[in-house]
Ligand binder design. Structure first.
Ligand code: PMP
Length: 355
């Protein structure tokens, strides 16, 4: 029996997608083989690849002067590829809003001078800073749009003027409408809102592909090489891209990003309203910056939190523990988590509170 899976990632996928993939697993359409067995240069795979890109462009309204890349190595590889490829003056500004932002900054400091433009560490990353110090000659400003561990998200983007804004959107991409033209580069690992692990999306403004430093990098680390080869420079993660395509088709059927945003807001509201009125559980992030995707909370007592995780799992609600570095509880409610899953979770929380 399928459970409600609140994992932060790899995360729940739409059942319809899994069922369709199951049907097509051994033989894709009339191709006589599985997508896993196809050459990445074959016309049948190319059709899947092109469709995945076209769907992402349509769903996110990506302007034509941006390239979409399907890479490997996860968001973590982007922590390195961003500074390697965007470095001109040897300086970048990072906004520290949690563990992943910190890691991105630390990795960047291997290649350039990574400066802290703002941080919310003083209150354990429970909010998003609103004042920033940017250097006029920074090559880019890096933010983490949705903070998977602490459960915060940007409501407004920092004004970076002419400095390109780079965003790690791993846990927020496709969950709410954004204006791609405000960014120089967006990256996201797929395993939360796009599809299975294995493919990493990069959306990059074309002018940023021209870079002296980058042209000296090993070819596999150059955005320009991947862009010129339509993400087929080497073998892409073909099966992950195929499942991502199915997920994007599913998302389109939900009314696209505006449609899913409404559902996401309703799901988050249900859980936050309960937390705000609960005598036992409390939310961790500041109200103003609360994430739609990752909702950390706690009873304030480790032993009770553990009991809750155990009881919830017995009731078919799994992966509700907080990140190992912060503890407590966390419900990740990505696009594919149905409203029914959040309703069942809130019902279980009510029962647990009474007991
Ligand atoms: N950034 C964010 C916001 C994340 O949530 C994660 C993973 N949970 C990462 C980066 C790291 O991603 P990956 O494991 O794909 O390298």
């Amino acid at each position: 029996m399928r459970v409600y899976n609140f994992s932060p990632g790899p995360a729940v996928l739409p059942v319809e997608v899994l069922e369709q993939a199951g049907k097509e697993m051994v033989e894709y359409q009339d191709c006589g083989m599985s997508v896993m067995e196809m050459s990445h240069r074959s016309p049948m795979y190319m059709e899947i690849h092109d469709k995945a890109e076209a769907l992402l462009r349509e769903l996110m309204a990506i302007p034509s002067h941006y390239k979409v890349l399907f890479l490997q190595g996860g968001a973590f590889q982007q922590f390195a590829m961003v500074p390697m490829n965007l470095c001109k003056n040897g300086k970048a500004d990072y906004v520290l809003t949690g563990e992943w932002a910190n890691k991105a900054c630390k990795e960047a400091s291997i290649f350039l001078k990574a400066e802290v433009a703002a941080t919310s560490e003083d209150r354990k990353f429970s909010y998003i800073p609103e004042t920033f110090t940017f250097s006029a000659d920074a090559d880019y400003v890096h933010i983490t749009s949705n903070n998977t561990i602490c459960g915060t998200r940007y409501l407004e983007l920092p004004d970076t003027g002419n400095i390109p804004l780079v965003s790690d959107m791993s846990s927020g991409i496709l969950s709410e409408e954004i204006d791609v033209s405000k960014y120089g580069l967006i990256y996201a690992g797929a395993q939360k809102n796009i599809g299975p692990a294995g493919v990493t999306i990069v959306i990059i403004r074309e002018d940023l592909l021209e870079n002296e430093h980058a042209s000296k990098l090993p070819s596999i680390f150059q955005y320009k090489v991947h862009a010129e080869n339509k993400s087929l420079y080497n073998t892409p993660p073909t099966y992950s891209i195929y499942i991502a395509k199915l997920c994007l088709e599913w998302l389109k059927r939900q009314g696209g990003v505006p449609g899913i945003q409404k559902i996401n807001e309703a799901k988050a509201k249900l859980l936050y309203d309960f937390l705000d009125n609960s005598s036992l559980f409390k939310g961790i992030a500041d109200k103003k910056y609360r994430s739609l995707m990752n909702i950390p909370f706690t009873t304030g007592d480790d032993a009770k939190d553990k009991d809750f995780i155990k009881g919830a799992a017995e009731a078919g609600l799994v992966n509700l523990s907080g990140h190992r570095i912060v503890g407590g509880l966390r419900a990740s409610i990505y696009n594919a988590m149905p409203m029914a899953g959040v309703e069942k979770l809130v019902d279980f929380m009510k029962k647990f509170e009474k007991q």
